[in-house]
Structure formats: structure tokens, C-alpha cells
Ligand binder design. Structure first.
Ligand SMILES: [Zn+2]
Length: 221
């Protein structure tokens, strides 16, 4: 039997998963957080999985299914792609997703999104897609995307659940609560469409560049 992180959390804190039904009369937007080779494709880089990983495969499958549905309906999608300049690395992580490399591109299962009219691609060089959406003139690609598309319900999927997804959702909720994101009403994280990377403590001991980050899925017989 496999116990997932969400099951462990449910035993420790009051957390409930709910179903979401998106109807045609509510404007919905889909945000894909960093579903790129550098975090998801086996052997693609320093923060990529070292071997096939079921949590990541499931996240990609669910994200692809949702993206297909949104594209069929011509509903808006925004994809964040972690992309760093070689001279500007991201502490405390080893070099990853350098601009211009395949690490910072969408995974093969989602690459087709680049050609879709309803998809906005935003390359960012920090964990938080909200902060990473600010441009030099002070405008914000994500805020403009929400407002221009009149998005009321935001659906979020991607990787890593506890870093880039979490940071983006927290900033978005704060901005929404302060009234910066009207008409946005709901921010929904789809748990099956999220994953995190697995770098257990045993591996981290041999590396000075990266902290341990276990995926926390226990196998119990
Ligand atoms: Zn990064």
C-alpha cells in the first residue's frame, strides 16, 4: 500500500480535498507551473528525476488531459517555464533550467501547447510565477492575463508542489484578497496534477550543492 503525502497531512492538520465542477458560465483559466524537462524528464539535469517517477508521470498525464480540454474549449492557459541566465544562478539550488537549453522547455507531452492560440508562455527566473511575471515597466503578465481574460476560477497544476506551486498560489491569494486580481474569485490547486521532486537525504549527503528534498511517499505492506 502506498501512503501519499496528502494522506499523511490529513492525519496531522485539518485538510480536505474537494471536487470541482467547472461550468461554461464561469470563466476558468489554467496555470501550468514549470512542467519542463529540467524538473520532469529523467536525466535531463541537476533537478530532474534520476529514474522514472510515478508522481511526476501522473502529474504530466493529468496536466496534459486538462490542457487538451482547455484548448478544445479555447479557454486561457498560462504556462510558467523556469529559465535562468547562466551567470545568474538560483541559490540554494545547483545550476538548472538554463535559458536556451532543453531543460527549460515544456516536456514532450506538452510541447504542442507552444502553437496553441489560447496559451501564454511566461519564462521566469524565480520560484514564484507571480513575482516572475513582473516586467521592467512594472506591468505584470499574469495580472494582465487574469484581467484580460476575465478569469473567475484559476486552476493550478505543476511542479514542485511545495516550492513554485505553493509560492505562486500564496502570492496570488494575497493579491486577490487585496483586490488586485478582479474578477478572480477562486484559486484551486488540483492535487493529482501536482508533484514534487525526490532527492532523499541519503543522496544529499554526497552533494554540497543541494539540500535534501524527499518526495515523502511511503510504501507500507
Ligand atoms: Zn529555478
Amino acid at each position: 500500500m502506498v501512503i501519499k503525502t496528502i494522506d499523511i497531512l490529513k492525519n496531522e492538520i485539518p485538510i480536505e480535498e474537494e471536487s470541482l465542477i467547472i461550468t461554461e458560465d464561469v470563466k476558468a483559466g489554467l496555470v501550468l507551473v514549470d512542467i519542463i524537462n529540467g524538473f520532469c524528464t529523467v536525466g535531463a539535469g541537476n533537478l530532474a528525476p534520476r529514474e522514472p517517477n510515478r508522481q511526476i508521470s501522473e502529474m504530466i498525464e493529468e496536466s496534459k488531459r486538462l490542457a487538451r480540454l482547455f484548448c478544445d474549449k479555447k479557454w486561457p492557459i498560462l504556462a510558467f517555464l523556469d529559465s535562468h541566465q547562466p551567470h545568474k544562478l538560483e541559490h540554494p539550488y545547483p545550476p538548472h533550467c538554463i535559458t536556451g537549453t532543453d531543460e527549460s522547455n515544456l516536456v514532450p507531452a506538452l510541447r504542442w501547447l507552444e502553437k496553441e492560440q489560447n496559451v501564454t508562455i511566461r519564462r521566469k527566473d524565480c520560484y514564484d510565477g507571480y513575482i516572475g511575471s513582473f516586467q521592467e515597466d512594472g506591468s505584470n503578465v499574469f495580472v494582465d492575463w487574469v484581467k484580460n481574460n476575465k478569469i473567475q476560477t484559476l486552476l493550478v497544476v505543476g511542479v514542485c508542489t511545495d516550492i513554485c506551486v505553493l509560492d505562486f498560489v500564496c502570492s496570488t491569494l494575497s493579491a486577490k484578497n487585496r483586490g488586485f486580481l478582479n474578477p478572480l474569485e477562486q484559486v484551486v490547486v488540483y492535487s493529482k496534477g501536482c508533484a514534487t521532486f525526490d532527492f532523499p537525504a541519503s543522496m544529499a549527503r554526497n552533494s554540497k550543492d543541494i539540500s535534501p528534498h524527499p518526495q515523502v511517499t511511503y510504501n507500507k505492506s
